[in-house]
Design a protein around this ligand. Structure first.
Ligand code: N01
Length: 559
């Protein structure tokens, strides 16, 4: 530390940039690309040894995206979207990571990406109106702007179970998987957790392991993906109509076209209660056969009307009972105490079928809770299970965890950790009052995890780039939301959440999977299209709700 309290680099100087970006996933890389077009100097810092963010870390067997690959991809470059070919309807992790690397090379991003560098702190220097960013390598960076492209599911969460460290076998977390892969052949393996990651990993691991024991606390609703190879018949119409389809997707609630050839893009704009039982069943059967998350668009009120939701929940339970041969196991796998879709809907390949295998055992933790991890394995109230390896598929400290792990301090030394102690507060999910010139990509309070993430990343980055261009053209040096705009946005996000059934589930959207985390519905459910309009209106009104300060002048509120 220097006499000024600012940490120094090894050679004593803070490396200076216009913008420091934290995170080399899709958000950070696109931000860097766009910043170059503004002529701003920027550097990405990332803890990983490669680019790709969530797709760099989540290498567990079966990892795959549940947004179709033709849509889970960048739209900003026509050449990129025409020239890149996806091999499957839903791309697997290795292919998405290859795409991320292709983007890094194609747009010559690597020269401004510094890997194996974890950002530990970001402090705002009010006098200099700059951020000082510190890393675990002892380096210090100084930047006018700081962009947190840190991802929403980037802090893996291990469960707080007694004796966890006493286990003598190998342990893995799905969100932090070894790069060389893991060979489970001949091994007895325990899996803790049955969320999206586990549901993808379990069928693949069951084919390899001698025996797989799954510890389930809460069952999940899962829809078959019906994944398959990309065909020219599918890819062709997408590529020849990409601009129109991408433009339409930007107006949709989730930023996804469920059926691009349908006049209503796969949204059945009618209540589940407005049709006969037979018609409802026909619609659900058809969605089940098509596969994927479009199941939740089978009717327009599945997420707002309990009665409608009950019909969809019951349909999925009926499918589980059809697929799983042992009725006791089937019943344990049937979710019953929360509405379908209010925990993130899962998409699988042969998940429920896997429980028909002789080498797979399901343990119901509701009936026999885990008491401890032991040196040999897992002890529940019913006895001890010995394993060669334990896989924790226990999720993430979502949306806020990564930001709270960085010591972020703004005006008057205000610590983000303290400000967010009762839940995240943001304006538009983009900025926080008291943290001038610090931006979040897909932060809490924006549609984010409820949407096609790449589309939402592009929207945030494009909006920010326009804001920065406006500031440069107008001689403005800082931007920061007013406390009032933050409060009213927070109320808006909260009201929108409470108009839905989402708040009925103990989900990671609500912070419920992390002990002591405040129960707040963190993403904005107003819809991607509505949200985009709201952001655009704010910009059109001279960045309403933000304070924009000119160089060498006291801060002034925007009209
Ligand atoms: O994590 P999760 P995930 N004892 O939090 C259980 C995205 N994603 O990594 O529900 C026993 O959903 C926990 O039980 P419960 C997607 O957004 C996308 O699977 O808290 N069990 C739960 O079953 C997804 O939603 C894709 O009762 C414990 C599981 O661990 C998000 O990432 C693929 C426990 C955690 O499930 C997170 O998914 C993968 C304990 N102490 C992920 N603690 C696709 O695109 C936790 N659990 C397809």
């Amino acid at each position: 530390m220097s006499g000024t309290g600012i940490p120094q680099t090894r050679d004593g100087r803070a490396a200076s940039y216009d913008v420091i970006i934290v995170g080399a996933g899709f958000g950070g890389m696109y931000m860097l690309h766009r910043l170059r077009s503004l002529g701003l100097s920027a550097r990405i810092l990332d803890a990983a040894t490669g680019v790709g963010g969530t797709w760099y870390w989540n290498r567990y067997p079966g990892a795959r995206c549940d947004v179709e690959s033709m849509q889970y991809s960048f739209s900003f470059s026509k050449e990129l979207q025409q020239e890149w070919s996806w091999s499957e309807r839903f791309a697997g992790q290795p292919e998405i990571l290859a795409y991320a690397n292709h983007v890094a090379d194609r747009f010559d991003l690597r020269r401004d990406i510094q890997l194996e560098t974890r950002v530990t702190a970001a402090h705002y220097d009010e006098k200099a109106r700059r951020w000082t960013i510190s890393t675990d390598r002892g380096e210090t960076f100084s930047a006018q702007f700081c962009v947190m492209a840190t991802g929403c599911l980037s802090t893996a969460k291990l469960p707080e179970i007694e004796g966890r460290d006493s286990y003598r076998g190998a342990t893995y977390h799905t969100g932090y998987w070894p790069h060389e892969g893991v060979d489970f052949t001949g091994l007895s393996v325990g899996v803790i957790g049955t969320g999206s990651s586990a549901i993808q990993a379990i069928p693949v691991m069951a084919e390899q392991a001698a025996h797989l024991t799954i510890f389930q606390r809460t069952p999940n609703y899962s829809i078959p993906s019906r994944n398959g190879p990309m065909t020219p018949d599918y890819e062709g119409p997408w590529k020849s109509d990409y601009d129109r389809r991408r433009a339409k997707a930007r107006t949709m609630r989730t930023g996804i076209l469920y059926d691009a050839s349908d006049a209503n893009f796969g949204i059945n704009d009618i209540s589940a209660m407005a049709v006969s039982d037979e018609e409802r069943r026909r619609v659900y059967e058809q969605r089940w056969a098509t596969g994927g998350t479009s199941f939740m668009a089978a009717f327009n009120d599945l997420i707002t009307n309990q009665e409608s939701n009950d019909t969809a929940s019951e349909f999925v339970r009926s499918k589980i009972r059809e697929i799983v041969r042992d009725p006791v196991t089937a019943e344990i796998l049937c979710p019953k105490d929360y509405p379908i879709g209010t925990k993130r809907i899962c998409v699988d390949t042969d998940y429920f079928e896997t429980y028909n295998r002789p080498n797979v055992t399901l343990v119901d933790l509701k009936a026999t809770p885990i008491e401890a991890i032991t040196p040999k394995g897992v002890r529940t109230s019913a006895g001890e299970y010995a394993f060669d390896a334990i896989v924790y598929a226990t999720g993430f400290d979502a949306m806020t965890g990564t930001l709270m792990n960085i010591d972020i301090r703004g005006r008057d030394g205000m610590a983000l950790r303290e400000k967010w102690a009762a839940g995240p507060q943001t304006y538009l999910g983009l900025m926080v009052a008291g943290l001038p010139n610090l931006f979040m990509i897909t932060g809490p309070g924006s549609p984010s995890v409820l949407s096609n993430m790449i589309l939402s990343i592009e929207q945030h980055v494009d909006w920010l780039i326009d804001a920065l261009a406006h500031m440069r053209a107008s001689g403005l040096e800082t931007i920061e939301p007013t406390p009032d705009s933050e409060v009213s946005w927070g109320e808006h996000v909260n009201e929108a959440g409470h108009r839905t059934l989402y708040v009925k589930a103990a989900s990671w959207y609500m912070g419920a999977n992390v002990e002591g985390k405040p129960r707040v519905f963190m993403p904005y459910i107003g819809g991607v299209g509505t949200y985009r309009q709201e952001c655009d209106e704010v910009a059109a009104k001279g960045y309403e709700g933000f304070v924009l300060a000119p160089r060498d002048a006291p801060a002034v509120a925007a009209e």
